[in-house]
Write a protein that binds this ligand. Structure first.
Ligand code: OOG
Length: 263
């Protein structure tokens, strides 16, 4: 791992405490105005190493963010990002998500990929992503920016592991060859009321294209995806806020549904 500067260590402590205590903080670029995206990825990695040390967590995959125009416009940016998924972020459909552990959570519908092979390289294509994928499944990602009012720059959100908090994967897993992955319709409802509709085409045109993008970005820093990794390919619609007592369900054409309950 890269040797951390004092500035990077300070920011890691700051973001680690915000997540642990579920307390929103002022975004880091307010103080460190010249922080670069490369430094933000170093901070993200340091933050995850810190969580691994203190909570014995381990990485179980990668998540993509800001892969849809809707999300980019919502956040005022024009670039996708990636972060890491840890085993303690995995929530089960039948277990409630606890609002008291979160700051101001939102949920977004995504397609999860489960990899059957390692995937590393600089010119990986969507076809190669599909070839390396054993199953795809419906998923809900809970994002919970540690920043006040969910407002940040691209650099801030990357440092904050792309707002990752929890994710739920549905129980229907299908081969990526048995479904038209580039054109899956989705309806997400909260407490029985439709809140968002979308299509997998919103995710950089095709979710496998989004994953290929992430693999190529990871290759630039000598990394890649591993066999067994879960990859969340990015939100198919805008995120919706939820509170204790809310139930969310997202239904995907051909992929079934995935749900969660917040206590
Ligand atoms: C950043 C993470 C967004 C997605 O799929 O677009 C994301 C955020 O909006 O807080 O995970």
């Amino acid at each position: 791992m890269t040797l951390l500067t004092n500035k990077e260590k300070e920011i890691i402590d700051y973001l680690y405490a915000a997540e642990r205590d579920a307390k929103e903080v002022i975004k880091v670029t307010d103080e460190y105005t010249d922080l670069t995206i490369e430094e933000a990825y170093v901070i993200q990695e340091g933050l995850l190493a810190r969580k691994m040390d203190e909570n014995c967590t381990k990485t179980v995959g990668v998540k993509l963010g800001l892969t849809s125009k809707a999300k980019q416009e919502m956040m005022g940016v024009n670039q996708a990002i990636y972060g890491y998924l840890h085993n303690d972020m995995l929530a089960l459909e039948w277990e409630p998500i606890h609002f008291s552990e979160l700051i101001h959570p939102k949920v977004e519908p995504e397609i999860a990929f489960l990899l059957a092979e390692d995937l590393q390289g600089e010119n990986i294509t969507a076809e190669e992503v599909i070839k390396a994928t054993k199953y795809v499944a419906p998923a809900l990602e809970v994002i919970d920016s540690r920043y006040k009012d969910f407002r940040f720059t691209l650099v801030d959100v990357v440092a904050d592991n792309c707002s990752s908090a929890k994710f739920v994967v549905g129980s229907k897993w299908v081969s990526p060859n048995d479904i038209d992955l580039g054109n899956i319709g989705m309806v997400m409802s909260k407490n029985g009321k439709v809140e968002q509709t979308g299509s997998s085409a919103a995710v950089l045109g095709h979710p496998a294209t989004a994953i290929a993008w992430a693999v190529n970005e990871l290759a630039a820093v000598g990394k890649g995806l591993k066999k067994g990794d879960i990859v969340l390919s990015g939100a198919m619609s805008e995120a919706i806020a939820f509170k204790a007592g809310d139930s969310i369900i997202a239904q995907f054409d051909g992929l079934g549904s995935v749900s969660m309950y917040c206590k």
